[in-house]
Write a new protein. Structure first.
Length: 441
């Protein structure tokens, strides 16, 4: 929900909350002031009658047709000379009960005490509330309409710099160092502070990205060069007269160097993936790459006597960098071979929704969710660097895929689920080939 809509809803909610309270307060005050005004008017009427009694004027002319009663009072003068009574009494003219106020005043003329009473019907609280209710309903509808229209009109003026800045930020690319982030000018203090903060963070992000990229490139180059020198020296050393023990030591050193070189390449690849350096809009035939990767590992499969069966749907086209697709499949297939049993099995499935690779093997020593972390291994195999599944996870993240790892009934299963719809190729091609020990259907 947009910020403007939230503010509008909160404002209307406050109106709905405050209005009933103000209605009750208003009704009480209106009722109080009406009753007081009517009481003062009837006191004035009683005082006028008293003045006529003093002058000896006949009262019939003034009291005729008025709700005034004048009579002699028997007894001592009451302590409270003006008494007001409010009650619900029947109105004979309207044939219904109404609120009646009666004001009784006591006056002494000579030795006689006169009792002058006058009354009148006033509006009840319920009638006042009913009259206010219809007014308030129309008032609230008008306020809601005005708030909705005004908020949208003002948003185009007040929030226009924010929306322009948001559009610029969406097209911001940290890899384009020559492109300066220039946000829209605004006179609003809060937006100015936000723009200054975003511009400074964009510059810092570019600087950090450039530093990381330079470090990864330098690290790759500076590490590979001495490793190549050491590797060549070991090759020369292995060609000299050596005994069996020395040959074994040289072989262990060469294996360690190859492993170190592989770790270096993997870490550099992870850094590039995290920096989104493999962006692509190219559509590739995923089934063809899968078939090619399976064929690449055919010799290793034969060495471990593993039975590979695959079911690959044809024409599965995805938007992914070809190098990343091959790395993804190679890491998954090599893991399936490396952690398999002698004479084990591998199943490969591909359809437009997901890619699944399953293999037999021993239970993992760690929870399967942790195997996607760097340097985490299902078992302590000396051949593994512990980075294969981390690279798989990062490739899936970059391409908006999701990946899961499960182990059940002696089978390891890695499932890659595609988030993007299948792209229809222009040329159809069946992706099914049969190879020795690699049954593809």
């Amino acid at each position: 929900m947009k910020l403007l809509n939230k503010i509008t809803i909160w404002f209307i909610g406050v109106i709905f909350l405050v209005t009933p309270i103000t209605m009750v307060i208003s009704r009480t005050n209106i009722k109080k002031h009406l009753d007081k005004a009517e009481e003062q008017r009837m006191r004035a009427v009683n005082d006028h009658v008293y003045q006529q009694l003093l002058t000896g004027v006949k009262l019939d002319h003034y009291t005729h047709g008025r709700p005034i009663d004048v009579s002699l009072f028997q007894g001592p003068m009451p302590a409270e000379r003006v008494q007001t009574v409010k009650e619900i009494a029947p109105n004979e003219d309207l044939a219904k009960n109404e609120c009646r106020i009666t004001v009784t005043s006591y006056y002494q003329i000579g030795k006689q005490i006169y009792k002058v009473s006058s009354y009148n019907y006033v509006l009840k609280s319920e009638e006042i509330f009913a009259g206010m209710l219809s007014t308030v309903v129309w008032k609230m509808l008008l306020i809601i309409l005005c708030v909705g229209l005004t908020a949208r009109l003002l948003s185009r003026i007040i929030l226009e710099p924010f929306y322009r800045g948001l559009k610029i930020i969406k097209h911001f690319d940290v890899k384009k160092s020559d492109q300066k982030l220039q946000l829209a000018h605004t006179t609003t203090t809060e937006f100015k502070e936000l723009n200054d903060f975003i511009e400074s963070m964009a510059q810092k992000a570019r600087a950090d990205y450039a530093a990381i990229k330079e470090f990864s490139e330098n690290a790759s180059h500076e590490l590979q060069t001495p490793l190549a020198v050491v590797r060549s020296k070991l090759d020369l050393l292995s060609q000299t007269p050596i005994n069996d023990k020395q040959a074994q030591l040289i072989g262990d050193m060469q294996a360690s160097i190859e492993r170190l070189s592989h770790i270096n390449r993997s870490l550099v690849l992870l850094t590039k993936l995290e920096n989104h350096e493999y962006a692509t809009s190219e559509n590739i035939k995923f089934c063809a790459i899968t078939k090619r990767v399976i064929a690449t590992y055919e010799d290793w499969v034969k060495m471990k006597d593993i039975d590979v069966s695959s079911n690959l749907d044809a024409n599965i086209v995805l938007n992914i960098h070809p190098a990343l697709a091959e790395i993804l499949l190679s890491n998954l297939f090599s893991n399936a071979i490396r952690y398999n049993l002698e004479g084990g099995k591998i199943k490969v499935e591909l359809n437009k929704y997901n890619f699944i690779i399953s293999n037999t093997g021993n239970p993992p020593e760690l929870p399967t969710a942790e195997l996607f972390r760097r340097f985490k291994k299902g078992n302590q195999s000396g051949e593994s660097t512990g980075l294969g599944l981390a690279i798989v996870k990062q490739i899936c993240t970059v391409n908006d895929f999701s990946v899961t790892y499960n182990f059940e009934n002696g089978w390891h299963q890695v499932k890659v689920m595609f988030a993007q719809p299948e792209v229809k190729p222009t040329v159809e091609k069946i992706c099914a080939v049969a190879e020795p020990k690699v049954a593809v259907s």
